[in-house]
Design a protein around this ligand. Structure first.
Ligand code: NAD
Length: 494
């Protein structure tokens, strides 16, 4: 820190910015140069308790606000997010490392979720049927749950809380966000905008922290629902502990996404799209391509094109123009990625482009790994099975589409699988047989739009209802069924 006073971030609880009673603060670091940007409190369980109690009180009146009035705050929020888009994107680049263009695109995805949640007066409607028996009617209505919370990962500090928060509050719940302690600045700014919407106190709350805050959320009796996004081991843990405490829970986890390339795929677009998928956001996307599997005659031309494109990728500080890829999140992550590359090589893979230990002039302290290509990755090697979460693409080769699909399906992950081809029949077969919840056909990052569920499968997801769209409305409401009979001689009373 060099003696410079950095800002200590506060929590936003019950409509007030509040200094945490935490005894421990962590540095928030710019991964491009390792400079400290701020300090984040590791809030204790008692602060989650205070927040949950305040949110429970706020819920009593918030649920009575008509949905048409609740969404007015979201319309206002959309305007504020758009007006502050550049500032928010800049913050994302500073704390998370991705390029400014990637950060802007991330915030655009956040805004789209606000837009979809503005449709709550339609989306939250129930169903009814007259005469389920003679003279008896039945209706199903949706009611909010109460207090709900999100626990977010580092790689999309602006977007991921928006997979949940707009839907939760539009449905009449009150909400707590616990951002990743590595990237708390973006939500800090978003909550300053939420404050400007005039939402009643306690409807949205921000508590910074790490494990203690998470565990307090998972155990708190007032919190009815938990949405988690992060690595699979923590997702599994959060899912088990929250469920054991009787909560509704959805946990989106890690990934290892394959891209299958058939010989009839378009060389130029497939190469460009694969580059963006593997190395966009420095490979720190749960929808990053991590393995490219060429089929039959696709091997030579596509390998050659991918090698050239990988070498040409411009790496640097994400706020500088022309930079196509920023750093990874921190030094431990860089070291972990370099270790995985080494073990991949030890287990037989060939480093045809080796991005370790790069020299980025002016950013010597940054957490950089250049794009890396490993050829002849063995299906059972560690690098073929482990989520790298860095700019590393493993190349594999098979002879038929059936072998490729078998390769996709043998893994434990199921976040995304993509096929590049010009054959409709091959595309249909792949869509039908591939065991992943998000499928791309000539698409490298099959990210569902806000009005579709973010559909991870297998070890990439724990739960049944996913984030976004109709699934979010389902998740943040409980159904109530009313069976109603009225006696028909009332007219005689008048
Ligand atoms: P992470 O699991 O380390 O952290 C996620 C959250 O959990 C953070 O808020 C953190 O404070 C908390 N946490 C971490 N360890 C904990 C523990 N032991 N007990 C309780 N809480 C704990 O994940 P990350 O490194 O921040 O994010 C990257 C991961 O997220 C990758 O695996 C990526 O694939 C995944 N991800 C998945 C999706 C998806 O939609 N499936 C989207 C984005 C990221």
């Amino acid at each position: 820190m060099g003696g410079v006073q950095t800002e200590r971030l506060q929590n936003y609880i019950n409509g007030q910015w509040q200094t945490s009673i935490a005894t421990e603060y962590l540095d928030v670091v710019n991964p491009a140069n390792n400079e400290v940007l701020a300090q984040v409190p590791l809030s204790p369980a008692s602060e989650i308790d205070q927040t949950a109690q305040a949110a429970a009180i706020a819920f009593q009146s918030w649920r009575r606000v008509p949905p048409t009035d609740r969404v007015q705050y979201l319309f206002k929020l959309k305007g504020l997010l758009e007006a502050n888009l550049d500032d928010l994107a800049r913050t994302i680049t500073l704390e998370c490392g991705k390029t400014f263009a990637e950060a802007k695109a991330e915030m655009q995805r956040a805004i789209e979720n606000v837009e979809v949640a503005c449709g709550i007066p339609m989306m939250m409607q129930g169903t009814n049927l007259e005469d389920i028996a003679r003279g008896i009617d039945e209706m199903m209505i949706r009611q909010p749950l109460g207090v709900a919370a999100a626990i977010a990962p580092f790689n999309f500090p602006g977007m991921i809380p928006f997979w949940f928060l707009p839907y939760a509050i539009a449905c009449g719940n009150t909400y707590i966000v616990k951002p990743s302690e590595k990237v708390p600045l973006t939500m800090y700014k978003v909550f300053q905008l939420l404050e400007k919407t005039g939402l009643p106190a306690g409807v949205v709350n921000l508590v910074n922290g790490a494990k203690e805050a998470v565990d307090a959320i998972l155990d708190h009796p007032v919190i009815r629902a938990v949405s988690f996004v992060g690595s699979s081991p923590v997702a599994r843990y959060v899912y088990s502990r929250a469920a054991a405490n009787g909560k509704r829970v959805q946990c989106q986890g890690g990934a290892k996404n394959p891209i299958i390339v058939l010989p009839d795929a378009d060389l130029e677009t497939t190469t460009r799209i694969t580059m963006d998928s593997a190395f966009g956001c420095a490979g720190q996307r749960c929808l990053a391509a991590s393995l490219m599997v060429t089929v039959g005659k696709a091997k030579e031309p596509f390998t050659e094109a991918i090698v050239e494109a990988t070498k040409a990728r411009v790496v640097g500080f994400g706020l500088e123009s022309g930079v196509q890829m920023g750093p990874v999140i921190n030094h431990p992550s860089r070291d972990r990625i370099e270790g995985l590359i080494q073990r991949g090589i030890d287990q037989g893979a060939k480093p045809i482009v080796d991005g370790r230990q790069p020299k980025i002039s002016g950013y010597e302290q940054g957490s950089f790994v250049r794009p890396t290509l490993l050829q002849d990755v063995a299906p059972d090697s560690e690098i073929a099975r482990t989520e790298v979460f860095g700019p590393v693409l493993g190349l594999m080769h098979v002879n038929t589409i059936d072998e490729a699909i078998a390769l996709v399906n043998r893994g434990v992950w199921g976040n995304m699988a993509c096929l590049f081809t010009s054959s409709g029949a091959a595309a249909r077969k792949f869509r039908y047989e591939a065991e992943a919840g998000n499928i791309g056909i000539n698409i490298g990052v099959a990210a569902p739009m806000a009005f579709f569920p973010f559909s991870g499968w297998k070890d990439s997801f724990f739960g049944d209802l996913h984030g976004q769209g109709a699934h979010a409305v389902e998740f943040f409401t409980q159904t109530k069924v009313v069976v109603e009979r009225w006696f028909s001689d009332w007219t005689r009373q008048f």
